[in-house]
Design a protein around this ligand. Structure first.
Ligand code: FAD
Ligand code: SF4
Length: 494
């Protein structure tokens, strides 16, 4: 695979980022395309591994290892190196209905498991994936491909995130009549209203949704199943249902002052911003503004980073992100997090670079725990009180120790809480009498996806809890196969 000596001749190069100081003035994609020649060189760096671990798709030690879609990575790397872009596209589409979403926003556990990564920077697999699919669109190779034959079966998919879209695409391929219900006004789930525009532009989601529509899938937006469309009607109108409603019920922050004005959960901030941006280029004012505010983002994960990138574009006065964990090392700890596991390391993501370009330093404060939020006489947030903490593990249990003398007060006009998600909305699940796990996700085992109610399947975050696009696509595809088997007695879907 690749060029036999490519890994010794060429360095890793990924898709380039635009200058942070310039890109924060707009909402366009923060990256720019990689020249074909550079993509082919990355393909050439792929080695002839006896056992290519990049595509194993396992969970080792609680972390994703290799590509959960089992992408045929060495094959498409080699084809790209040879300039056979169309063949590479066919391989990429073999395992993934939407390589354009993962090629943009996947954290690339494949690269963490790349054999070259043992002693060199790994192959830039994600950048190659994106280049292949973009070439496919540019060249007009990706066109609607409706099924030749239709069955008489009707399937409802509830929720239009990556799991729902993947399930719908596969079931439509099998010839079933698929309707996707979405309570939001636009299709895409967190692809549309979670991940911000500059990371995953909506036109990319829309381009795919248009293709799916042309292939015969019906999308019904502004319709919440269980409220606007009753569960009785759902069960009467359809032969089977796949639940892919996500897991966006946010985790509450149990500290005094969380209800003050100016304190918002991250998803409210991100959702309203994208909606206003897409509806009116932020002209309608229907969003939570960070302009001229001292902004504190509580939570060190990706959602928090998306808040940073959004707030910086609003031209906030100051910007800080609290991470409760200590700063990680720049390289993996081989004793606790060995190759090929996804490397748990200190990362500088797009939002951190952007905040640094505006304020001159990384916005993160590590090992910081929020103690209370304090308001002014009008009940509006004024200050955040914190203390530094040490986190350690004893018998697998997380223990947190406050460090006396590290108390600090931070001025704040806007606080965004990004400390994770509890699980799925329960309303529809209760109406359908679906059994749930102790963490409130839907009880449906991995690989079979059936719930306790006959003909109802569940996939994506609703089943596994808040996760990744790549897992959502994987589960959507597999649940579709199980649903097809239920409807037809056997399935040819992969
Ligand atoms: C801010 C943010 C940024 C993220 N960034 C990344 C990233 O960069 N890379 C990555 O891999 N992952 C990322 N993730 C995680 C990723 O987006 C999710 O794991 C993935 O979208 C889950 O897909 P899903 O289809 O299961 O659910 P979702 O994408 O959550 O979609 C569920 C959909 O179901 C709809 N719905 C729910 N109930 C009903 C109902 N009763 N009737 C009709 N519709 C309903 C919802 O409105 C929603 O549109 C991010 C998550 C967040 C919150
Ligand atoms: S989907 Fe993610 S893990 Fe799989 S090849 Fe693409 S970037 Fe890698």
């Amino acid at each position: 695979m690749g060029k036999q000596t490519g890994f010794m001749e060429y360095d890793r190069k990924t898709r380039r980022e635009r200058n942070p100081a310039i890109r924060i003035k707009d909402w366009k994609d923060y990256t720019e395309p990689m020249p074909d020649k550079e993509v082919r060189i990355q393909g050439a760096r792929c080695m002839s591994c006896g056992v290519p671990t990049c595509h194993v798709g396992l969970e080792l030690n609680g972390v994703t290892t290799g590509c959960p879609l089992n992408h045929l990575i060495p094959e498409w790397n080699h084809l790209v190196y040879e300039g056979k872009w169309h063949e590479a596209l066919l391989r990429a589409q073999d395992k993934n209905n939407f390589p354009e979403f993962t090629g943009i926003a996947c954290p690339a556990p494949c690269e963490g498991a790349c054999v070259l990564g043992i002693n060199e920077p790994p192959v830039a697999i994600k950048s190659v994936e994106r280049a292949i699919v973009e070439k496919g669109f540019e060249e007009g190779w990706i066109t609607p491909n409706p099924p030749k034959k239709r069955t008489s079966k009707k399937v409802a998919v509830v929720g239009s995130g990556p799991a729902g879209l993947a399930a719908a695409a596969q079931l439509n391929k099998a010839g079933h009549k698929v309707t996707v219900f979405e309570r939001d006004d636009r299709v895409g789930g967190l692809l549309t209203y979670g991940i911000p525009e500059m990371k995953l532009p909506y036109e990319i989601v829309e381009r795919r949704v248009n293709l799916l529509q042309e292939e015969g899938i019906r999308f019904v937006t502004n319709t919440e199943v269980g409220t606007d469309y009753s569960v009785d009607k759902l069960q009467m109108d359809f032969d089977a249902t796949i639940l892919t409603g996500g897991a966006t019920v946010h985790r509450n922050m149990e500290v005094p002052g969380s209800n003050l004005k100016g304190v918002h959960v991250a998803m409210d901030f991100l959702h309203a911003n994208t909606k206003s941006l897409l509806d009116s280029d932020l002209e309608d004012g229907q969003f939570i503004s960070a302009t001229d505010k001292d902004v504190i983002v509580i939570g060190g994960g990706d959602t928090g980073t998306d808040c940073l990138a959004t707030a910086v574009r609003h031209n906030c006065r100051s910007l800080t992100q609290f991470d409760i964990y200590e700063q990680k090392a720049p390289t993996r700890d081989e004793s606790t997090n060995p190759w090929p596991q996804y490397p748990i390391i200190h990362r500088v993501e797009y939002g951190h670079k952007e905040a640094t370009s505006k304020f001159g330093e990384d916005p993160r404060a590590f090992a910081v725990m929020t103690k209370k939020l304090v308001g002014d006489e009008n009940g509006h947030i004024k200050e955040v009180h914190t203390i530094n903490v040490r986190t350690r593990y004893e018998n697998g249990q997380k223990l947190r120790e406050e460090i006396p003398g590290t108390e600090k007060v931070w001025p704040a006009d806007l606080v965004l809480i990004a400390i994770g998600f509890q699980g799925p909305d329960q309303q529809l699940l209760k109406q359908l009498e679906i059994e749930t796990n102790s963490n409130s996700t839907v009880k449906a085992s991995y690989g079979d996806y059936t719930t306790n109610i006959e003909g109802i399947f569940a996939a994506g975050d609703m089943r596994r809890g808040q996760s990744l696009i790549v897992w959502a696509i994987h589960e959507g595809r597999e649940a579709a196969r199980e649903c097809d088997r239920y409807l037809m007695g056997a399935s040819d879907l992969p």
